[in-house]
Design a protein around this ligand. Structure first.
Ligand code: UD1
Ligand code: CA
Length: 466
């Protein structure tokens, strides 16, 4: 049987107190909805129907710009113009769903739903259930729909918190919201769901009771204890923060088990993808975003922010270094307090020290820029030393220009290189020089103002105050 997934994402999320549609609030720097869609796609469904409503245009635009083409190809958007409840939301997608398909309904506000639990739901359906619902035992079930069972333990139905009696509120088995059934059953049963309840909404959860009354088989599938927390729905910012922490702890645990050393798994944030070789160490409060790849024996100091970078073997990134879209080869040392802006390639053994900013530059083997420097739009050879306070003046107020520096060059401190400009191999630039022309190979240039000594000079003295 083919599989289709319906993801409900039309609700406005009143309890978030935000103008951003709820499903666009982020976990690990990705909208919650994207997490759900990524998991759904892993089940290889024939189609993923996303029901949009509140802020629908904004959500659709975010999907267009943020999701891969491959994922977008599977997605069909349907709109629910008024948010009349979860059953009404599913009904909006239904005309596009093949009645012969198995259907999985997911909620866009439950971002960490594990794939294994969804597979379990589908397995129970394959074993003969007409509806399987994923349930969880919670110490504090407040806010969730409760699973009502008879004395033999068979599911009778789901009662929403706002409609529950005191006795029902004491039930600790809750509805996670994830269900599996068929297109045909939804077609037959959804029209029978009414809205005579505390919220005046068409509840999808009423499907369970309806099917039980019709003598159909409804299976409550308890999720694995280790996954319970991952099925938390996000209705407010407190739950969003809790889900963020869960995600981070989960990832940190996986990395530790895969051999990464984290100084403190509770002070590590992944907002993208990380790969690493053996014996890497990440100190506290590091943020990884985009795609980051570490070789072997790489050390990342405290407080570093790394985005879309590749760092080669035996490199040391010292604390509070910020880098994005750069490639560092082996044995490089960067920081503390360095900033690599996009477009850099640092060859083997390059050293970039404190308060050095580098942008769109290629820096050759073993070259060093140790202190307080700006290198922008530059091509620098091997074995060159860039003195403290060197600045490539790459911008003339209208256009950017390149600076080319050869091999084994010595750039003295406080040099300005007014681009476009070239410094040839083996040249030496005296401290304080403003370079405006080509510096010839193996020569010394210096533009320092001439020395003057005024021996009779009198320093002014402070006037007495009256
Ligand atoms: C829902 C379930 C509850 C379950 C809980 C799990 C119902 C009636 N209740 O409650 O049993 O314990 O989830 O987290 O289903 N949505 C729409 N259109 C609508 C209404 C909602 O698309 O008209 C979407 C929302 O965007 C959200 C999802 O459906 O992604 C769930 O809606 P929400 O209002 O958050 O339901 P809960 O009160 O959390
Ligand atoms: Ca919810």
């Amino acid at each position: 049987m083919a599989l289709e997934v319906i993801v409900l994402a039309a609700g406005m999320g009143k309890r978030m107190h935000s103008s951003l549609p709820k499903v666009l609030h982020q976990v690990a720097a990705q909208p919650m909805l994207f997490h759900v869609l990524t998991t759904a796609a892993q089940l290889e469904p024939q189609a993923i129907h996303v029901v949009l409503g509140h802020g629908g245009d904004q959500v659709a635009a975010a999907m267009q710009s943020g999701l891969s083409q491959e994922l977008l190809k599977r997605i069909k958007i349907c709109s629910q113009s008024q948010q009349l409840g979860t059953a009404h939301a599913v009904a909006q997608a239904l005309p596009q769903v093949d009645p012969k398909s198995q259907v999985l309904v997911l909620y866009g506000d439950t971002p960490l739903t594990p794939k294994s639990e969804l597979e379990h739901l589908l397995q129970v359906l394959n074993e003969g259930a007409d509806l399987s619902l994923l349930t969880a035992q919670l110490d504090n079930p407040t806010g969730y729909g409760r699973i009502v069972r008879d004395a033999q333990g068979a599911v009778l139905g789901i009662v929403e918190e706002k409609d529950a009696s005191a006795e029902q509120k004491a039930i600790r088995e809750i509805n996670t919201g994830m269900i599996a059934t068929t297109g045909q059953i939804l077609r037959d049963s959804l029209p029978q769901i009414g809205n005579h309840n505390a919220q005046g909404e068409y509840y999808l959860t009423d499907l369970a009771g309806l099917l039980v009354q019709a003598g159909r088989k409804v299976a409550g599938v308890a999720c694995a204890p280790e996954n319970i927390a991952l099925l938390s729905g996000v209705n407010n910012k407190l739950q969003l923060a809790q889900v963020e922490r869960l995600y981070q702890e989960h990832k940190a645990q996986q990395f530790l088990l895969d051999g990464l050393t984290l100084a403190d798994p509770k002070r590590f944030d992944l907002r993208g993808e990380l790969t690493f070789g053996h014996d890497c160490f990440i100190d506290i409060n590091v943020i990884i975003s985009g795609k980051v790849s570490l070789g072997n024996n790489v050390v990342i100091g405290a407080g570093c922010v790394l985005q879309d970078v590749t760092i080669g073997d035996n490199s040391i990134i010292s604390p509070y270094t910020i880098m994005e879209r750069s490639q560092l080869k082996v044995h490089t040392t960067v920081g503390p307090f360095a900033r690599l802006r996009p477009g850099n390639v640092l060859e083997d053994e390059v050293h970039i020290g404190n308060f050095v900013e580098v942008k769109n530059s290629h820096i050759g083997l073993g070259t060093k820029a140790g202190h307080l420097t700006y290198l922008g739009d530059s091509e620098i050879g091997a074995g060159t030393n860039i003195g403290a306070g060197t600045i490539t003046c790459n911008y003339d107020g209208a256009n950017k220009h390149r600076t080319t520096i050869g091999n084994n060059v010595f750039v003295g401190s406080d040099t300005q290189l007014v681009a476009p400009v070239t410094v040839e191999d083996g040249a030496t630039i005296g401290a304080g020089t403003t370079v405006t022309r080509t510096v010839k190979a193996n020569c010394l240039v210096v533009t320092r103002a001439p020395w003057r000594t005024i021996e009779t000079y009198q320093r002014p003295t402070k006037q007495p105050k009256n």
